[in-house]
Design a protein. Structure first.
Length: 284
């Protein structure tokens, strides 16, 4: 077996600086794929860029938190008192697990997001989600139904190995969150597989979410297993600009520079790793 690698930039459409960072990482680096946010403030900008770079695979970054709702219908259980989606996965998950969020509201909002992307003429390569909500218990049934309606068969399973660390310093809370996400992902994977969906065999980028440095990228690539792997990244043109809008502590610009690093590109070639996007992902 050969080693194939998908490098996916999340949050396309969130902000113009994120959009530009993703394109720069694709044109001059190893980024092959991205996922677009239909409710992002810079969605139209992302669409215009996507149409200029047909070699970039475009999936949908389904979002139930942190962006504006796309549905114009009645989805009250998804919204705060201010009429916005919940700000993060902790708020959403607390309400979801208590049964306070109606599944038909989730279905309708996510269907509208998919329709908005399709309506722009984008051929959707795969599905993932903002803050990985598509692997929550019970969510796979909703996502599977939507994906079938839009003829999508590829999906991210963010099950980073619990033993994977690498040269990155993280808090115990981050390690615990990764363990929970990996457990949920493995359970969701069983359902998605039974429904005929396919996903890369290996996933990286959760422990170092927002902090994918050149050193860590080289560490992963040098140890890449055979088969298909995905590395999740979050490049952006300017960390200073993005930090004014988002308090996540991400190193957007550093990630973009890592993806464009000549040392990384040389290592990919020397390691005989084939860069692909989700469109080109064909399981053996």
């Amino acid at each position: 077996m050969m080693k194939q690698l998908i490098v996916n930039g999340d949050d396309f459409g969130l902000h113009p600086s994120v959009n530009e960072g993703i394109i720069a990482s694709h044109v001059g680096g190893c980024l092959t794929s991205t996922t677009i946010m239909a409710g992002g403030n810079a969605f139209d900008h992302a669409v215009s860029l996507a149409k200029q770079y047909p070699g970039l695979g475009i999936g949908v970054h389904l979002a139930l938190v942190g962006t504006s709702p796309v549905a114009r219908g009645n989805i009250p259980t998804l919204l705060t008192r201010n009429g916005t989606l919940y700000s993060n996965y902790l708020e959403f998950t607390a309400h979801y697990l208590q049964g306070k969020i109606a599944k038909d509201h989730i279905y309708y909002e996510l269907w509208c997001q998919m329709q908005k992307v399709v309506g722009q003429g984008i051929a959707i390569s795969h599905i993932d989600s903002h803050q990985h909500l598509h692997v929550l218990p019970g969510m796979a049934e909703i996502i599977s139904r939507i994906a079938r309606e839009f003829h999508i068969e590829k999906i991210r399973i963010p099950a980073e190995g619990i033993g994977f660390a690498g040269p990155v310093q993280v808090s115990l809370g981050r390690v615990a969150a990764r363990a929970v996400l990996t457990a949920c992902s493995r359970l969701a994977k069983r359902y998605y597989r039974r429904q005929g969906f396919i996903a890369p065999e290996h996933f990286y980028g959760m422990l170092a979410g927002g902090a994918m440095s050149r050193t860590l990228l080289q560490y992963i690539i040098a140890r890449l297993p055979e088969g298909v792997s995905e590395i999740m990244v979050h490049p952006g043109l300017s960390t200073k600009e993005l930090a004014g809008s988002f308090t996540w502590g991400y190193h957007w610009q550093e990630e973009m520079e890592a993806l464009r690093s000549q040392e990384v590109l040389d290592l990919i070639q020397a390691s005989e790793v084939q860069l692909i996007n989700y469109r080109e992902f064909i399981p053996e």
